[in-house]
Design a protein around this ligand. Sequence first.
Ligand SMILES: [Zn+2]
Ligand SMILES: [Zn+2]
Length: 436
Amino acid sequence: MKFKIHRGTQEIGGSCVELWTDTTKIVVDIGMPLIASDGEEFNFKQYENLTTLDLVQKGVLPDINGLYENSTSKVDGILISHYHQDHHGFLSFADNSIPIFTGEATQSILQFSEIFFNRKKSDKQFHNFTKDSSFSIGDFKIKPYWMDHSAFDAYAFLVEANGKQLFYTGDFRGHGRKDKVFKWFLRNTPQNVDYLLMEGTTIGRGKQTFPSEKDLEEDFIEVFKSKQEINFITTSAQNIDLLVTIYRACKRSNKLLVVDVYAAAIMKEMAKYATIPYPSISFPEIKVMYPYFLSKMIADKIGKEFLYQFKSFKITKEEISKKRKEIVFLIRPSMKMDIDHIDNMENGNFIYSMWSGYLEQPKTKAFVDYLKSKGFSFHQIHTSGHANVETLKEIVHAIQPKNLVLIHTFDGDHYKEIFKDVKVTQLRDKEEIKIQ
Ligand SMILES: [Zn+2]
Ligand SMILES: [Zn+2]
């Protein structure tokens, strides 16, 4: 078995690993970069008009023979570990005939985002795996392991071929809502792993530990109590762990949770796979708000039925204004105009629940400044979606790989000092490795 890490040995983002034998080739993740080669934030809009070939030649898309249209021999399968952009963002470029292997909820979020953001559905061939049951693609035998991560339905993969084993962790943590899943994994890690490709997002943060979702729940309650005015929260609607945390904090504080129609739809979709609260008769304390531009887009491009599915749980601008002291409202910078049209939206709490790096984005910065100018108190309540260094050590200790390779990190140089009892192999992007 041979493999090549196309991107990720020196950066977070654009995860992509190619593995092959004499007769079979698979690709694990095909993510979009977060950082461009000049160190600035990666913006795909700059490349939108280029052909696939141009994008490969410019080094934007990974140079993998058989991955794109018009190639003679095709890649035999693509595995997607979870639904974060940095792991699947370039999937649309892959040839439609290549089977894609994902968890069921991941597939559903991917297709959902396609409809919402690209307004069309692609003709990709999806195959769903379930946790802990192996499947084969040609020479490769693959076993997915369910992991605790800020993306719901995230997996690691054990890949075996020619008597050799490679373990790809994907993104994971041990302090989320699925901490029990992580503990189970620690007791049941694969053995005899030749190469462990482990994510090291937080490796530069030393001994720092991260709050659990239960800690965050208490923090939210504390902030809700601090003022008798509206509470705004900005977070990702796809961070299901956090939505559950916010819902629980609302319930314990007797607050109504107001979400927009997009977040409502995601929650309803994910409720098919786990006990997730969503606007319905079972969860009367969740209400749905219809932002102007988003609702217009949905009505035009997706259809009015999509909007109507939540009409029994709708909350109007007037009701939001009237009940503002009892409301926790999930908002995004794109909803500024809607907020402007609601009376008395001032002097409340604004809780930012995403990675602090995004606060540098001009759109977000302007939004924070706007709310501060309206008298809102600014709070940050967030935890990392990634394992801390101690958790990474536990994984390495449990697996005892013959070689440890760092990926999904900006701080690869630190690995050797941290993992002293295993062989740390520092690779470069695009370096071809034969597992002997
Ligand atoms: Zn992730
Ligand atoms: Zn990632």
